[in-house]
Write a protein that binds this ligand. Structure first.
Ligand code: NAD
Ligand code: MG
Length: 390
């Protein structure tokens, strides 16, 4: 049976891996919508090749170029946030949410409203608006499948188990680019150094977030939101080999681990063929050759983002939205070399401190309140960034 699929963030790292799997079985899929940013050549090439119904760029000023690149192909061209949301409302059986950042939330919600299966790589939408996302899915009979490798691993390890026997969930972290640097040197780390990942090949932003462990901080919150587990039962462990992605611990002491190569096509492919398991073009691990797997506790001083995640979960409500938005602003400032690597956590910490005093915990989590908290957090973050520079 041919399935209708759409890919949001098609030109990114997750998007390209998703299209790679779709290309391997072209007869199984009909592509509805593909979206991208300024890389119009890639978006148009993919949309033409896969005969998409519509291709959407996030940027209105890119529309003429997209139209030109798609001329004569039969693929519709569109641009802007509203057009991305409209594309998410086009009927599809499976939709990949792989836009990076808070911008992934509105189209994710639109997709859920049509009762589809949403493969969720965009962790930011769970962090900023977890209750809203789950509520929307439940109301419309939609399914959310996690695509973040750790969450796909947890999801797989939990299959067939009863939730009440789960004692803890452990997610692994590679430790990022600076795991072996002397802590005193972190302040001098450049964006280029931070954008090199020891094991995974990912987009620039998430790679820098891996070095700071803001990525793991988002993932801890994502775990709490998606699996509904008490934050005290979520652990993070540094595992430099990135082969064990997560472990689920039961009350009888058993740990069920998910082991696989660091290749996102596993988690994407799992979500694409769920509840079946399709044959996937990922490396088969030779454990004898690998020899040993190592684990160690994350150092608090090296990774202050992890402590901030605990604080955000303690506050609840809109703290996740403020956390993610201030992190995005701090990351931009670091990439622009306006602040130092170690300043990012200070900026986020400052924003959470100020905003929590104004009652982040009490507000309802809906699209408007999330947008407001996001906007306020970016303004506060900008103030904190300016204060650091002066
Ligand atoms: P990427 O930077 O490679 O690609 C991002 C995509 O989003 C691109 O198509 C880009 O054009 C689009 N985009 C960027 N800003 C946008 C905006 N404002 N509006 C609309 N579209 C926009 O990112 P990625 O590494 O593929 O990550 C995508 C998502 O998946 C992120 O949420 C990330 O945290 C998550 N994720 C990625 C990986 C990975 O291996 N790359 C693993 C786990 C989770
Ligand atoms: Mg991950």
């Amino acid at each position: 049976m041919t399935r209708r699929v759409s890919v949001f963030g098609a030109t990114g790292s997750i998007g390209a891996n998703t299209l790679d799997l779709i290309r391997r079985a072209p007869d199984d899929y009909r592509v509805v919508a593909l979206t991208g940013g300024r890389n119009i050549a890639a978006l148009a090439r993919d949309a033409r090749e896969l005969r998409a119904e519509v291709a959407v760029t996030a940027h209105e000023d890119c529309l003429p170029a997209l139209r030109e690149a798609l001329a004569g192909s039969g693929v519709e061209a569109a641009a802007g946030e509203a057009a991305i949301c409209e594309a998410a409302a086009r009927p599809a059986d499976w939709i990949m949410s792989a836009i990076v950042g808070a911008a992934g939330l509105p189209p994710g919600l639109k997709a859920l409203e049509q009762g589809t299966t949403l493969a969720l790589a965009n962790k930011e939408s769970l962090v900023t608006a977890g209750p809203l996302l789950l509520r929307t899915a439940a109301r419309h009979g939609a399914t959310i499948l996690p695509v973040d490798s750790e969450h796909s691993a947890i999801f797989q390890a939990l299959r067939g188990e009863r939730p009440e026997t789960v004692e803890r969930i452990i997610i692994t972290a590679s430790g990022g680019a600076f795991r072996d640097w002397p802590i005193e040197r972190l302040a001098e780390a450049t964006p280029e150094q931070a954008a090199t990942h020891p094991n995974w090949d990912m987009g620039q932003r998430i790679t820098v977030d891996s070095a700071s462990m803001f990525n793991k901080a988002l993932e801890v919150i994502e775990t709490k939101e998606f699996f509904g587990i008490d934050p005290d039962r979520i652990e993070v462990i540094v595992h430099p080999e990135s082969l064990v992605h997560a472990l689920v611990g039961h009350r009888d002491g058993a740990l069920i681990a998910h082991v696989g190569p660091p290749d996102m096509r596993h988690a994407i492919g799992y979500a694409l063929s769920f509840p079946d398991r399709a044959e996937l073009p990922v490396e088969r691990l030779n454990l004898a050759k690998i020899g040993s797997l190592t684990f160690r506790d994350p150092e608090e001083a090296r990774y202050p983002a992890l402590g901030l995640a605990r604080e955000v979960m303690r506050i609840g409500g809109l703290a996740g939205a403020a956390f993610n938005a201030s992190k995005e602003a701090a990351l931009d400032a670091f990439l622009d070399e306006r602040i130092r690597f170690t300043d990012m956590a200070d900026v986020v910490s400052r924003v959470i401190e100020i905003m929590s005093a104004q009652g982040l915990d009490s507000a309802a989590v809906d699209l408007d309140t999330v947008r407001e908290a996001d906007k306020a957090a970016r303004i506060r973050a900008e103030e904190a960034i300016n204060a650091l520079q002066s």
